[in-house]
Every structure is written in structure tokens, then in C-alpha cells.
Design a protein around this ligand. Sequence first.
Ligand SMILES: [Zn+2]
Length: 103
Amino acid sequence: MENYNTANVEGEGRIYCNCCGEEIERTAVADTYMDYLHIEKSWGYFSSKDLKTHTFNICEKCYDRWVESFVIPIEDNYIEDIFFYSDEEIRLLNEAYAAELCK
Ligand SMILES: [Zn+2]
């Protein structure tokens, strides 16, 4: 594979989906990316990966395909503690969503 930065979620580093290799897109809001799954798993002694840490990112499309393959469906709960954006951030997010829908 290319020289992907798989763990950097801040700063100027690009973030790639480990599954499809596509870059996680930035939004119009500074230092904000389209949502994705970031996993960091440290394996213990009772595994074949003793004391290794695996770190990877999965874009939403790959996440959807992955969880659809599960035999037992995932739980789907709503977030009750909602993060509030400023009016300017909401305007920028709406523009970003509109641009995404027009692709
Ligand atoms: Zn992907």
C-alpha cells in the first residue's frame, strides 16, 4: 500500500479508510472530517496478537457494508447528549451536506 497515515486524526495529516483506501473527506468546518470509525485495539495475552495494538479507520460506506455482514444486528440507539454547533458551524455544515448531495 501507499504511505497512508492511518492513525492521525488531527492537524494537516490525511486520514484514509483502511478498508477501501479512500481518503476521509474534510468538511467545510476547519479540522473536521466526514464521520468515520476509528478503532484502536490492544490485544492481550489470551489472543494470537499478544501485546500488539492495532489502529485503523473505516469510512461510513465501508462501515455500513461491514455491519450488514454481521449475523447479529448491531444495536441502533440515539445519542441523548447532543453536541451543539454554533450558527456559523451549522451554516458551513449545511453547505457541506448540500455539496455532498450534489455529487
Ligand atoms: Zn472505506
